[in-house]
Design a protein around this ligand. Structure first.
Ligand code: ZN
Length: 305
């Protein structure tokens, strides 16, 4: 069985009215999984809140203190041009990181082989001491460092197919070759930083606006498969963004449902080959509600295969 981790606190983080990173994203995903019957086939668990100790493996203490100090009693505070925080936002972000952490524990304990974390806000832009691009805490990086702190895990791969480059994840592991970070993304495009880091364990696959599925698949096969074969990860984490879908308002790549099915099959095959089948996938972007819901459904179907 595949586990689904979520927490209703993730619905309590709101930015401005009509902001694309909105609670309705998660509602759309959960309602679709319920309506199609897939939810009933999953091991659904409530995600815990990440504790400070786990967050400190990625974020610095002064930054975590600042997020607490800046949390408003009402209304919103602006942390940077794209990122706002309300009264419950930090709890939501801690639930995201907590889901990813608990997901790692679920697969390392052997309770399940695959986990999907249905959570928001996204996290892969958040750096050690900076919120960025709708992200407060970098859940995927926190989960990877947690996995690497376990005696049985020496190598973790992070695969990121969000339309935006995961600069925060790259920053977290730039000098730590225990993590292989493979990221495909629209280029040039936000976040305009750390997109050309050239190291054996940082694999960047830039894709021009207008890229369709066939070219996306060729590029991912060319760049990710040799890297995964050489690295032989013991666990695979996924920054699962669905904003590279053709219908997405924030990206200009032209992927469709079949492309997300294909890339998930690639992830699961690599996990079965190298990592005992262990995959923890965490929702990042995806801003067209209908496309997001359909793609998450397909992603979980293939995780469960
Ligand atoms: Zn994105």
């Amino acid at each position: 069985m595949t586990a689904l981790l979520t927490n209703m606190l993730c619905l309590e983080h709101q930015m401005m009215p009509r902001h694309p990173e909105r609670p309705a994203r998660l509602t759309a995903v959960l309602e679709h999984l319920g309506a199609t019957g897939l939810m009933a086939e999953l091991d659904v668990r409530e995600a815990p809140l990440a504790e400070r100790q786990a967050l400190l493996r990625v974020h610095d203490a002064a930054y975590l203190d600042a997020l607490e100090r800046l949390t408003p009693q009402q209304g919103l505070v602006q942390l940077e041009p794209d990122t706002f925080m309300g009264r419950r936002s930090l709890l939501a972000a801690r639930a995201v990181a907590g889901a990813a952490l608990a997901g790692v524990d679920v697969v390392l304990d052997g309770a399940e082989r695959r986990v999907f974390c249905a959570v928001r806000p996204p996290g892969h832009h958040a750096e050690e001491s900076a919120a960025m691009g709708f992200c407060l805490l970098n859940g995927i990086a926190v989960a990877a460092t947690h996995a690497l702190s376990q005696p049985v895990i020496d190598r973790v791969a992070i695969l990121d197919f969000d339309v935006h480059h995961g600069n925060g994840t790259v920053a977290a592991f730039m000098d730590n070759p225990a993590a292989l970070v493979c990221s495909c993304f629209q280029f040039p495009h936000y976040p305009y930083r750390l997109q050309d880091v050239d190291r054996p364990h940082i694999v960047n696959t830039p894709l021009p606006a207008g890229t369709k599925g066939a070219a996306f698949r060729r590029a991912v096969e060319r760049d990710w498969l040799p890297a995964l074969d050489a690295f032989q990860p013991q666990l695979i984490l996924v920054s699962a963004g669905f904003d590279a879908h053709a219908a997405d308002p924030l990206g200009e790549l032209l992927l469709d449902e079949d492309d997300f099915r294909w890339v998930t099959q690639l992830v699961v095959a690599a996990a079965k080959q190298h990592a005992g089948g262990r995959v923890v996938s965490v929702l990042e972007g995806g801003y067209d509600l209908a496309a997001l819901a359909r793609c998450v459904h397909i992603h979980i179907e293939e995780l469960a295969a």
